[in-house]
Design a protein around this ligand. Sequence first.
Ligand SMILES: [Fe+2]
Length: 112
Amino acid sequence: MTIYGQFCVIIDEEHAFLLEKIQEMETTLDFSVVVAYFKDHFEQEEKIMKDSGYPQYDGHKTEHLNMFVRLISMEARSGVEHLRELLKDILEQHVHTHDMLLLKHLKQQATT
Ligand SMILES: [Fe+2]
């Protein structure tokens, strides 16, 4: 599978998986598990960015780090309902901005 194909799978399947896990969260312990899934997911994306020579690698990686720090800081002061909404918002906003730019880059690479 091409890097573009791999990322399409990540966009479709992993983001759906993350959303499913967010929906299933019932306790703050579940929140910690979901944050660990996010971390794995970010690492996979970062590998794809690196392998494809993505010029926005540093910015996208910094955005992942910022999201991770934000998730960790939310844990101590929020109820599960609130955490669920925040996680969904953070994920959707990221996918529709940074991940879409990466997808565009990989698609361009695949067709040239
Ligand atoms: Fe990302």
